[in-house]
Design a protein. Structure first.
Length: 273
């Protein structure tokens, strides 16, 4: 399938970038991988994060992670995200990051002056991908850009129970794990950033991989999860399953962006007419 073939390079690039600063123990496995490190079964608590907008995206939300041993039930509510891309729901990659400062990058992290903090510029703040919050299948770093398995659209609810390794569990407990949602409407970016391609793969526009919302997970005094937790990935849009039902179309739109810069220029020109 063209989608998986085309996205193999950026997915591997994101995984390689994410793993560069990984502690040795974290290399041994993430949820969804065979041969992962031995999972302990002790400890149960709930952590929450407020997802604040990044890169002028307008995307906000919240995330709740209930940890029981090495099982984590993740519930997210996201709104104000980029809605469509090439006539399909805009797919939003989302991850739990660990292994760095455990904070969201400030605007000052923008090193090239384009007005946007890209993945590479934010890496020293939130760290590597520990878990990819996909709707189905693998949840490891290798699925970091599996856009056909992430929620899509401007608003969605995500619920999934997954396995996390000891390093991820410890980071969540310590308050150094960070939830990041990616994908920004290019019209919200500076002219310079609109014309840039992703540092992860030059065939994708920068907007496709930019962090859109970010929040550090902090332990709470809650006794349990809010009602509605699920054991498998579910992503619901404002009109039931509409946000995820067409995510493959959004993925295909990303795949088609060999000429992404031209597309962005046309969008900006149309907005100015």
């Amino acid at each position: 399938m063209r989608t998986s073939t085309f996205l193999a390079a950026p997915a591997l690039a994101l995984g390689a970038l994410a793993m560069a600063a990984a502690p040795a123990a974290a290399h041994e496995g993430h949820g969804g991988h065979e041969g992962a490190s031995t999972y302990s079964s002790q400890g149960s608590w709930t952590s929450m994060a407020t997802l604040n907008s990044m890169n002028n995206s307008g995307t906000t939300g919240d995330a709740t992670v209930q940890v029981d041993g090495n099982e984590a039930t993740v519930t997210m509510h996201v709104q104000g995200a980029a809605e469509t891309f090439m006539d399909g729901p805009f797919p939003h990659a989302q991850h739990i990051h660990i292994g760095a400062q455990g904070v969201c990058p400030p605007p000052e992290a923008d090193m090239n002056g384009d007005g946007a903090v890209n993945v590479a510029e934010g890496h020293d703040y939130y760290g590597m991908i520990a878990s990819s919050l996909t709707t189905e299948g693998d949840t490891g770093a290798d699925s970091g850009l599996a856009v056909d398995r992430f929620p899509g659209g401007s608003e969605y609810t995500y619920e999934r129970t997954l396995q996390v390794d000891d390093a991820t569990k410890q980071a969540i407990e310590d308050g150094t794990a960070v939830v990041v949602v990616h994908g920004v409407d290019p019209m919200n970016l500076s002219e310079q950033a609109q014309n840039e391609m992703s540092e992860l793969d030059p065939s994708l526009p920068l907007a496709a991989t930019l962090p859109a919302a970010c929040g550090t997970l902090t332990a709470t005094q809650m006794d349990g999860m809010p009602a509605g937790g699920a054991e498998t990935g579910v992503a619901q849009g404002t009109d039931d399953t509409a946000a995820i039902a067409g995510v493959s179309a959004g993925a295909a739109g990303l795949v088609a962006l060999g000429g992404g810069a031209l597309y962005l220029r046309r969008r900006r020109a149309a907005a100015q007419d």
